[in-house]
Design a protein around this ligand. Structure first.
Ligand code: ACO
Length: 324
């Protein structure tokens, strides 16, 4: 059975950077109080990238995909599987993956979306790995892309300061050399109300609350416990200790969740990739965005063992352990 090897990555961010101070000023004009000090202390977030309302998730996804394709040195027609992880798709249908396929100029690859909120990218990468190991695909484009700013209630200070927009993409290929070593996905649907955007369209009208709502403390506690358990399981499956991991690339929601997780796993903080300060929480895009930053700046190198982890609405969580 072949391995699944990451042969390229790419990312994309909207042009508009909004610092905490600028956001606090914008909210103050609407009578909503927040501060850089509150946001940094509670979350580690210093700024976020916000897409204009005409920018769609597929625009960011396509840019990230094109950067990954270029880095991998493949032809667009080599891709036989396209998976986009997103909870902010362009349309109800067709899938954002099909829109991206059209924009990059690929024809014939299987293309579909995966919806697991902030765990979406590890769900999508695990799906691509399963296709490749089973011999059903040879070269996959896996993308995490979101425009969460479009589903945020900008009157709700407990959520609107937390999120940003962006996209990250991997090209993964069948290989005889080790790549993805183990994967682990989980969900607990009974917790669907602690993080949700439950509105839907019915008879041409929005029914229910269209905005993201979150019980922050419940999510925080569940995230730390789930990610620790998931990390230990993927390490056990690959027969390595958590201390053998060279780089940890967890979902970027809150620096306190990440630090607490690293402590529990006995992983040195210098081995943890943190981009939440710059990107804020970009949901399904956060893991591939953070990975791409650490790969491009030379931290993640060939041969390194990297732990990718997602956690989010559903409630969902999961891990992918990969050798570069
Ligand atoms: N600015 C100033 N004050 C605020 C703000 C704000 N932006 N937001 C809330 N507050 C106030 C609250 O009103 C409250 O005031 P009170 O004490 O007078 O009632 C106080 O700050 C404390 O609020 P808490 O909600 O208790 O704050 P907490 O310390 O729990 O931090 C946070 C909130 C940052 C959201 C935290 O709970 C968290 O990070 N949770 C996890 C989020 C997460 O990981 N999400 C990932 C999944 S995302 C996905 O799947 C899409």
């Amino acid at each position: 059975m072949p391995f699944t090897k990451i042969i390229g990555s790419g990312s994309a961010l909207p042009e508009n950077v909004v610092s905490n101070d600028v956001l606090a000023q914008q909210l103050a004009e609407k009578g909503i109080e927040t501060s850089d000090e509150w946001i940094v202390t509670r979350t580690g977030i210093k700024q976020r990238y916000i897409a204009d309302s005409h920018i769609k998730t597929s625009d960011l996804a396509t840019q990230a995909a094109q950067n990954a394709i270029k880095e991998a040195g493949i032809q667009v027609e080599d891709i036989d599987l396209i998976i986009v992880a997103t909870s902010t798709p362009d349309h109800i249908f067709p899938s954002t993956a099909c829109i991206v396929q059209s924009k990059i100029g690929n024809k014939g690859a299987a293309a579909f979306d995966v919806q697991a909120v902030c765990s979406g990218f590890v769900y999508a990468l695990t799906t691509a790995d399963s296709y490749i190991r089973a011999g059903n695909a040879k070269c996959a484009l896996v993308i995490g892309a979101e425009t969460f700013s479009h589903i945020i209630d900008w009157q709700d200070r407990s959520t609107c300061v937390l999120f940003g927009d962006g996209a990250g993409a991997f090209i993964v290929k069948a290989s005889d050399e080790p790549g993805i070593l183990s994967t682990q996905l989980n969900a607990d649907g009974s917790l669907h109300t602690i993080l949700h955007a439950e509105g839907t369209i019915c008879h041409g009208k929005v029914q229910g609350d269209p905005f993201l709502r979150m019980d922050g403390q419940a999510v925080f506690k569940k995230a730390v416990v789930s990610l620790e358990q998931s990390a230990l399981e993927v390490c056990k499956k690959a027969n390595i200790a958590s201390t053998d991991i060279d780089w940890m690339v967890p979902h970027q929601a809150n620096v306190r969740i990440i630090q607490s997780l690293a402590r529990k796993l006995n992983i040195d903080e210098n081995k943890v990739v943190i981009t939440v300060d710059h990107h804020a929480n970009t949901s399904a895009a956060s893991v591939p965005l953070a990975f791409d930053v650490a790969r491009k700046d030379g931290r993640i190198k060939s041969g390194d063992k990297v732990l990718l982890q997602g956690v989010g609405g559903g409630f969902t969580w999961g891990s992918v352990l990969v050798q570069m």
